[in-house]
Ligand binder design. Sequence first.
Ligand code: GLN
Length: 297
Amino acid sequence: MNTRNLRFRSNYVCDILTLFHEELDAFYGSGEVGIFCEMLCEAFFGWDKITFLLSKNQTVDQSDLLRFHWALEDLKHHRPIQHIIGYTDFCGCRIEVNPDVLIPRPETEEMVESLVGSGQWVVSSILDLCTGSGCIAIAMKKAFPQAEVTAVDVSEKALSVARRNAENNNTEINFLQADILDETFHLSPLTFHLIVSNPPYVRDSERSQMSPNVLDYDPSLALFVPDDDPLRFYRAIATLAKKHLAEDGLLAVEINEAFADETCSLLREQGFLPVVHTDFRGKNRWLTATKKKNFVV
Ligand code: GLN
């Protein structure tokens, strides 16, 4: 393919960017398209933000032009930029992603940052349920290097990605394949000081409001729950936390903003004291809970 076939006016970076904006702004908005271009240049050439800003008059060779061409096609088909480049950044860790794992979201990053920065606390053992790419477990291990971190997921494919992510980030994590909804699942008698989870919580009926880049590329297994039982994972998490959370430990879970009250009630009934936290969009996004003292089930 030559430059003409690729529709780019030239192989100058500025012309490539112009074409991206022309073809994608209407769908994604100009700011987002600018970020895509920056991310592609980082992935292709290792450019940081400053280099990117100073390189608009540089030229790229034919093979790189082809890479931009395919990236543009992929973006037009709503393929997530993180799948195109193969990674995302989460709490300063580079996390490989592919269709086997949920792309880590900024809301989850906010929850982790808040947990890590919330005090001078020392956490010696952490359990991450529904770990997916391993992003939460890895960020936690980085923040608390002394902690024993255990991470559980039902999907063997997700765990392969998570294991690679742990290794690439030089973190040691115990990964376990298990379905937490399976009532026979039990962890050997361990106590954790922090149990954290971003389980599936989007109701099936919410699919119609979701964008194609989520619906077509993120794994349904990591996202959806039946409309008639939207809190199924929180019940399982509460049951596990009752057994495995230390008396002075903390439970932290990401939630569906539509179910903050219901999730709190469920946790209260199970002997916890929940507190709801809002995300940067002002939505009820996660909650923390401690065990009620002297709660008798
Ligand atoms: N917050 C994610 C989304 O909106 C859902 C994550 C989850 O189900 N755990 O796509």
